[in-house]
Design a protein around this ligand. Structure first.
Ligand code: ZN
Ligand code: ZN
Length: 343
């Protein structure tokens, strides 16, 4: 089968590999019907993900049809349509039992990083009962494509931000994960949502699809926030942008005693200048997604409460995935997300 493979730092190649097989009773093999490219894939390409192993098939956002299951798999059977979870997790260890599946003792972000992922024709999914989410008949592959990764991230970011209906919530960054976060923040019906985004085409995308949201550029963000909150700043800040000054701006935009949730994956170290923020009494929540709510997210999609299909702006066959990478990396042609289908 064809598989996009991390062959060297700075290089992904579409090469021929054997079709994966069941190697553990808890495994499933999934035939990939749609996959996508994530900015984390670009981080691997740029060599800034130390746990990424040369030789692995990349890709961790995908949906497909179960091809085979091991003897211990009970949740899915061959022929089922499923979304694949970015996290591999056992469901039984100290962290999994508490919902912190990102920190699973025998898992975490494995697919497309530490083990073969899904920018391929087939993928083996360990702990399939945890790693696969059945797709209801009224949900299309495109609707389900982001459930296991960026939508899981957005849902988790909104959940841990403890949003109330009185809050002004600031989301910094209107890239794919920022937009998924926006979809999920809306579920909490906050008083106001402000989206701060540096690129005009992405600001326009938000205005077009979310007319009830305030959209600002970084230079005007603090001023607009202050005018909306009697000078206080945002009650909740969710930092998804990850750019050069994004972390500093995130805590500066927050009012005293706010919660600042950091979802962004930075390519450089960030500074937490405690003397400057002394007395601001901020609560920071940080890190990688605990993708433990995928069944709930799928249900919300099925009920029409979350819809991310408009994020798919470009479609390519697997044989042309390198073109999709070039487009996604360059942000040309107003791309938000690409969908990769089998040839
Ligand atoms: Zn990702
Ligand atoms: Zn575990």
């Amino acid at each position: 089968m064809k598989a996009l493979t991390y062959t060297a730092p700075g290089r992904f190649e579409l090469i021929e590999k054997p079709k994966p097989e069941i190697i553990d009773p808890k495994d499933a093999v999934v035939r990939v019907t749609l996959s996508s490219i994530c900015s984390s894939d670009l981080h691997i390409l740029h060599g800034v993900v130390p746990q990424a192993e040369v030789g692995i098939t990349v890709g961790h956002e995908l949906v497909g049809i179960v091809e085979a299951v091991g003897s211990a798999v009970t949740k899915v059977k061959p022929g089922d349509r499923v979304a694949v979870n970015v996290e591999t997790f056992c469901g039984e260890c100290f962290y999994c039992k508490r919902g912190y599946v990102n920190n699973c003792n025998s898992g975490g972000w494995m697919l497309g990083c530490h083990i073969d992922g899904g920018q391929a024709e087939y993928v083996r999914v360990p702990y399939a009962d945890n790693g696969l989410t059945p797709i209801p008949d009224n949900v299309s592959d495109e609707q389900a494509l982001f459930v296991g990764d960026i939508l899981a991230t957005g849902y988790w970011a909104a959940k841990i931000s403890e949003i109330s209906e009185e809050d002004t919530v600031l989301i910094t960054g209107a890239g794919p994960t920022g937009l998924c976060t926006l979809e999920c923040v809306r579920l909490y019906k906050p008083l106001r949502i402000v989206v701060c985004e540096a690129y005009e085409n992405r600001r326009e995308f938000v205005r077009q699809h979310y007319p009830d949201v305030d959209v600002v550029e970084p230079t005007e963000c603090l001023e607009v926030l202050k005018s909306l909150t009697e000078g206080r700043g945002a009650d909740r800040v969710i930092e998804v942008a990850g750019g050069e000054d994004a972390f500093e701006l995130a805590w500066r935009y927050a009012r005293p005693n706010a919660i600042v949730t950091i979802v962004a994956l930075y390519e450089k170290e960030q500074i937490l200048p405690l003397p400057l923020m002394y007395g601001k009494n901020l609560t920071f929540k940080t890190g990688g997604v605990d993708a433990c709510d995928c069944d709930k997210i799928m249900q919300l999609i099925s009920e029409g409460k979350i819809d991310t299909t408009h994020l798919i702006t470009h479609r390519y066959p697997l044989s042309r995935i390198q073109e999709a990478y070039d487009l996604f990396a360059s942000r040309a042609d107003n791309v938000i997300k690409t969908a990769i289908h089998p040839d």
